[in-house]
Design a protein around this ligand. Structure first.
Ligand code: FAD
Ligand code: NAP
Length: 328
């Protein structure tokens, strides 16, 4: 028979927002359950050095997330390796279904599902995904030792990935649609000083060119945004770094969203349009999208769920809770 778990607070997501919510909700004696999802530790597990986490001049992203998990666990948060595939917010207790077959019911829920890499949507990008086209330099950079690589984008991720890839590649071409990068100044400075990196301004990716036996990338065709002129750049790897979109699949039809799918929260709050449902981190933040701001929102969400539960309590109709209490 399928397993059912009831909790006062269910936290969905294990990035900085989720784990911080786990620390605070545990310290509020709410005995939270935290479901990690497909990427335990979240986006920072796909990068190397993090230089803007207060207290650490430099820390490896995956190490930081292991520490956050351990911290949440030590405070009493139960961490569960599962993926939520359905969430019913129509009445309290809310119900979440996991890929494992477990059903989770909860009196309040903290959504911290973060964001995922965007793709350009080209048929050739799709064809060579996993065969030379990637969105994660830390994961795949190693395969391109001594090879030429292109990176698409002009934000922090694109610049960091270009810099990181110079550890392996013979040359990195950064293709950007403008002649100005939106990355932080310190990163732009490093990029400009790196002799292995050549920016190609005012260009977009038109097509990934490759071969079939074995499947692999041989070049890209880049198009000048003003003249339409095509430049072919030989390369073995293509790293797409054009931003991230909120992972809102569980709630996009039931919660208010804006700015391309970010969950709307009330001003200075993590409250969403449904009482008892809180959203934190990149899922709701179209502006800052940083580890530290996500962690801050995780803290807010836990404190707000504590206040919500103090005021509204657990729904008396919670059959599962009653059954669990009776069985205990
Ligand atoms: P995420 O970290 O995105 O985590 C989301 C979590 O939700 C994941 O654990 C995932 O498994 C889970 N999840 C999603 N769907 C489900 C589901 N259906 N069921 C259960 N769980 C689910 N920020 C900085 O401040 N400094 C940096 O140096 C920095 N470097 C970065 C480098 C890269 C390459 C990238 C991509 C981002 C970087 N960022 C950096 C941004 C930072 O990683 C994010 O702002 C932060 O991770 C957002 O935290 P989050 O908790 O909201 O979500
Ligand atoms: P981003 O800041 O949104 O930048 C996306 C880049 O891709 C932009 O330069 C954009 O061009 C370009 N782009 C978007 N769509 C495109 C398209 N269809 N074709 C070509 N180019 C396209 O995304 P990000 O760099 O992934 O960063 C996401 C968040 O994570 C940010 O808040 C960032 O600060 C944070 N982050 C922080 C760090 C750090 O602190 N060290 C590291 C990585 C990420 P335009 O500039 O022309 O719009």
């Amino acid at each position: 028979m399928a397993d059912t778990r009831h909790t006062k607070v269910l936290i969905i997501g294990s990035g900085p927002a989720g784990y911080t919510a786990g620390v605070y909700a545990s310290r509020a004696m709410l005995e939270p359950l935290l479901v990690q999802g497909i990427e335990p530790g979240g986006q920072l597990t796909t990068t190397t050095e993090v230089e803007n986490w207060p207290g650490d001049t430099e820390v490896q992203g995956p190490d930081l997330m292991v520490r956050m998990e351990a911290h949440a666990k030590a405070m009493g948060c139960e961490i569960i390796g599962d993926i939520i595939n359905d969430l019913d917010l129509s009445e309290r207790p809310f119900t979440a279904k996991g890929d494992s077959g477990t059903t989770y019911t909860c009196d309040a829920v903290i959504l911290a599902t973060g964001a995922r890499a965007k793709w350009l949507g080209l048929p050739s990008e799709e064809k060579y995904k996993g065969f030379g086209v990637s969105a994660c330099a830390t994961c795949d950079g190693f395969f391109y030792r001594g090879q030429e690589i292109v990176v698409i984008g002009g934000g922090n991720t694109a610049v960091e990935e270009a810099l990181f890839l110079t550890n392996f590649a013979s040359k990195v071409t950064l293709i950007h649609r403008r002649d100005e990068l939106r990355a932080e100044k310190i990163l732009i400075d490093r990029l400009m000083k790196n002799e292995k990196i050549e920016p190609l301004w005012f260009h977009t990716l038109e097509e990934v060119v490759g071969e079939d036996n074995p499947t692999g990338v041989t070049a890209v065709r880049a198009k000048h945004v003003k003249t339409g002129e095509i430049t072919e750049i030989p390369c073995k790897g293509v790293f797409v770094a054009i931003g991230h979109a909120p992972a809102n699949e569980l709630v996009k039809d039931v919660l208010d969203t804006h700015m391309g799918g970010y969950v709307v929260t009330k001003p200075d709050s993590t409250e969403t349009s449904i009482p008892g449902v809180f959203a934190a981190g990149d899922l709701t933040d179209h502006k800052y999208r940083q580890a530290v701001t996500s962690a801050g929102m995780g803290c807010m969400a836990a404190l707000e769920s504590e206040r919500f539960l103090a005021e509204h309590g657990s729904p008396e109709t919670s059959e599962v809770a009653q059954k669990e209490t009776a069985e205990a």
